[in-house]
Ligand binder design. Structure first.
Ligand code: ADP
Ligand code: MG
Length: 461
């Protein structure tokens, strides 16, 4: 099927699931630019940065699942701003946003290829130090990263950066990767990977008897950057594989940079020998930005994007949005959207409204299938192992956890849960829910696993 036809089919499906005005506003001018790259990524273009961010946050899961029903080898979807995509007349007079979001005509002419993630390194050129604000909450992490860039493999190895969601870990790690490539003019092989993708690779390689290829891929690099390592904990086969890879690289003075949402000591599912390897390197944290820094970040983005948002508004946002940088950005983008595109005045009431919306988005649009898939991924089984009648021992725990989470997160009825997970009786679902509820309070490791799964479910991709 042609990308055009595939996209028609996907849109047809989505149109049924979201409101007409939303569909027209956000998706009407979308296109499927590339159906499926070697890495299994479909590329969707949108006419401007707002549409891109909006579609990515609100409709990503819908789009991905719909594409996958047509082509199951698609693993992810990337979004780009394309100047080729038709733009509605009302927006045409306004300069469009580029990948960096800069509202300049010149940058909006960038060809799509320049906006792409480099398939060799997985690095996104958008993450640079030029757009990274350094302040009290991240200055140590920043300094350590700079030292690593200067003395690759020789100074802090591994460098372990931890901190909560949306505080800039991915930005810092990717900026480090980009800086290393620039500094050494491509003589250094950098590979960025999320632990999620690493896990998939290992599982795939084991299933397909291709572990040698996988080993080569990971051990051939000079700088390995692993993002969100906390998801590795608790999975024996991937953890072991990572341990060997880690040792192989470390022994040959290759640089390893790791991020996690918590310190190594606070990942109880992590094996001790891996934890002590991490602790032998440099550990730095990123904490929540204080008011000064939040304001600095807002000012910097406001300037980079050429938005002219009033200083007073920036103050209000900086004082009200305290949790993380991602939310700060989300609120700023929306304010800009109302101001620049819709030419509305953004008053105090409107800001409150926008903050409410942005902070809520995270928990919306979760479906039962996503919960089941996340549990299955965590336990390295396939979702169908959980949804069919299999009595295999290794799926008993994941299935019970899936039942528990469908009740806990989505408040589904017990008969519905039983039906969904292997056509079982509602009493089985009740039993699972009660059993897990009880065990959570007695078993810290189970509690930890469930928290990790929940975080993953809530994580906006
Ligand atoms: P994490 O990986 O810790 O969850 P990200 O790196 O994804 O967080 O950051 C979330 C968003 O906030 C990104 O768009 C990132 O560019 C931005 N951001 C985070 N920290 C900073 C900073 N210090 N300066 C500028 N932008 C930042
Ligand atoms: Mg991240």
């Amino acid at each position: 099927m042609e990308p055009k036809n595939i996209w028609q089919t996907v849109l047809g499906e989505i149109e049924l699931q979201i409101s007409r005005p939303n569909f027209l506003t956000w998706l009407k001018h979308s296109e499927l630019v590339e159906q499926n790259t070697k890495e299994g990524v479909a590329l969707v273009s949108l006419p401007n940065n707002f549409a891109k961010e909006w579609v990515k946050t609100r409709y990503h899961k819908l789009i991905l699942s719909s594409l996958r029903t047509i082509d199951s080898s698609i693993k992810n979807v990337d979004y780009v701003v394309s100047t080729r995509t038709a733009v509605p007349p009302s927006v045409k007079t306004v300069p469009r946003a580029s990948a960096q979001g800069a509202l300049t005509e010149e940058k909006s002419q960038l060809p799509i290829t320049e906006l792409r993630i480099d398939p060799k390194t997985n690095l996104n050129p958008r993450y640079t130090f030029a757009s990274f604000v350094v302040g009290s909450s991240n200055e140590l992490a920043y300094a350590a990263t700079q030292a690593v860039i200067k003395h690759v493999g020789k100074k802090y190895n591994p460098l372990f950066v931890y901190g909560g969601v949306g505080l800039g870990k991915t930005h810092l790690l990717q900026a480090a990767g980009n800086a290393i490539i620039e500094e050494y003019k491509g003589a250094t092989n950098v590979l960025y990977i999320t632990s999620e993708k690493f896990i998939n690779d290992v599982v795939w390689a084991i299933r397909n008897k291709r572990t040698d290829d996988m080993k080569k891929k990971y051990r051939d690099v000079d700088v390995l950057i692993i993002d969100d390592i906390q998801f590795i904990g608790g999975k024996t086969s991937t953890e072991l594989e990572f341990f060997y890879t880690f040792n192989a690289l470390h022994e040959t003075n290759k640089q390893i940079i790791i991020s996690s949402d918590r310190a190594p000591a606070a990942i109880p599912t992590l094996e001790d020998r891996l934890r002590s390897r991490f602790e032998a390197g440099m550990i730095v944290d990123i904490s929540n930005p204080d008011f000064e820094m939040r304001l600095a970040i807002l000012k910097s983005k406001n300037q980079d994007q050429g938005w002219n948002i009033d200083e007073k508004i920036l103050h209000t946002i900086a004082s009200k949005v305290q949790r993380n940088v991602r939310e700060l950005e989300g609120v700023l983008n929306k304010v800009a959207f109302y101001q620049q595109y819709k030419q509305e005045t953004v008053d105090a009431k409107k800001i409150e409204e926008i903050i409410g919306e942005v902070v809520q988005v995270a928990s919306k649009n979760i479906t039962a299938n996503e919960v089941i898939k996340t549990v299955a991924d965590f336990y390295e089984v396939s979702p169908s192992d959980l949804t069919d009648r299999s009595r295999k021992q290794e799926v008993v725990e994941p299935r019970q956890i899936a039942m528990y989470l469908l009740r806990d997160i989505l408040k589904l009825s017990y008969p519905h849960i039983g039906e969904k997970l292997g056509k079982r009786d509602h009493t089985t679902a009740i039993h699972a829910y009660e059993k897990i509820t009880k065990e959570i309070s007695q078993n810290p490791s189970l509690n930890q696993k469930i928290n990790l799964i929940k975080e993953r479910v809530y994580k906006t991709v």
